[in-house]
Design a protein around this ligand. Structure first.
Ligand code: HEC
Length: 286
């Protein structure tokens, strides 16, 4: 019995391979027995076409690979479809490199983006739209620098709002090197802090995006703030600076004016102990 079990898989692989040789077609089924993928080998082009299906049997994607003794390389049209049969993503491959116009459409039929490739490079103006069909972004490639698969591109990015140019930025090897954006956007990473009691850690997570110790940035430098302000003022400022401002507190109003009307974020989710540990951290000589 033991012997038979160990032989069975080999027999199975053998018969499976034979079946493939004859029919050149492989069906892949999901757990429920539905066709998930159909693989058809065409000897005329030495290529294999992979067709993937939605659970209801409609075609989800179709792409072709040239079969060589070194492996398979994608070639020709690479298509993904919406459930209604319209094209979702289109890309053309020539010997494993994208060529010409690639695009994606929203389910409502409007273009989501279009991108261009030539001679293994990203070229031309890549455009991005919202579902209403408004242009939201343009990436301008000079057509000489960026490899088709580069992750660190050099290009000019134009960002549009309501159909009008909002700001222009230059990226060099993946980094922002020039911007005429009026105000930097601050992205705060959402980090659950409920278990943290260490003042420095809390500061790094909740405050560092806008405050440094020794330089004014989006918010004021906080190096000697604990000398300038009382503990209770700091407490109110950190927990709900807006309330302090609304109460007409002179210092809060001055700061609000000096910093161009930026309102302070509320930190009401921090416990009293957590706020105090941040203040204690601010009191330490830096
Ligand atoms: C989104 C940016 C932003 C974040 C995050 C932020 N602050 Fe501020 N903070 C400001 C700005 C802007 C001001 C000045 C304008 C104002 O008060 O509204 C300020 C003012 C302050 C002041 C008053 C400074 C002075 O000179 O009196 C203190 C103290 C302060 N922040 C502490 C903190 C602490 C502690 C945290 C983290 C729990 C924090 N802030 C998080 C932007 C921020």
């Amino acid at each position: 019995m033991k012997h038979l079990i160990s032989v069975l898989p080999i027999l199975f692989i053998f018969s499976f391979a034979r079946a493939q040789d004859i029919s050149k077609t492989t069906n892949v089924f999901n757990e429920e027995g539905k066709l998930q993928m159909l693989i058809v080998y065409n000897p005329a082009c030495h290529c294999r076409t992979y067709t993937e299906f939605y659970p209801d049997g409609k075609v989800y994607a179709k792409r072709t690979f040239i079969v060589t003794d070194k492996g398979e390389f994608i070639d020709g049209e690479d298509l993904t479809y919406h459930p209604d049969g319209s094209i979702k993503i289109y890309k053309l491959w020539k010997n494993a490199f994208p060529e010409g116009r690639a695009y994606s459409t929203f389910e409502n039929g409007k273009t989501e983006y279009e991108e261009f490739y030539k001679d293994k490079l990203k070229v031309g103006t890549w455009r991005y739209f919202n579902e209403a069909g408004e242009l939201t972004k343009e990436k301008l490639y000079d057509g000489t620098h960026n490899a088709w698969n580069s992750k660190k591109d050099s290009y000019t990015l134009k960002t549009y709002k309501g159909g009008k140019l909002n700001f222009t930025e230059t990226f060099t090897a993946g980094s922002l090197t020039k911007s005429d954006r009026k105000e930097a956007t601050i992205t705060l990473v959402h980090n659950p802090v409920s278990n943290i009691s260490d003042g420095k850690k809390l500061f790094d997570l909740k405050c560092k995006a806008c405050h440094s110790m020794d330089k004014d940035g989006y918010g004021p430098a906080l190096k000697d703030v604990a000398l300038r302000r009382t503990n209770s003022w700091l407490f109110q400022m950190i927990v709900d600076g807006n309330k302090l401002l609304a109460s007409g507190d002179k210092e809060a109003v001055l700061l609000f004016e000096k910093y161009g009307g930026k309102k302070h974020l509320s930190n009401e989710n921090l416990t009293k102990q957590q706020v105090q540990s941040i203040i204690d951290y601010l009191k330490k000589p830096q």
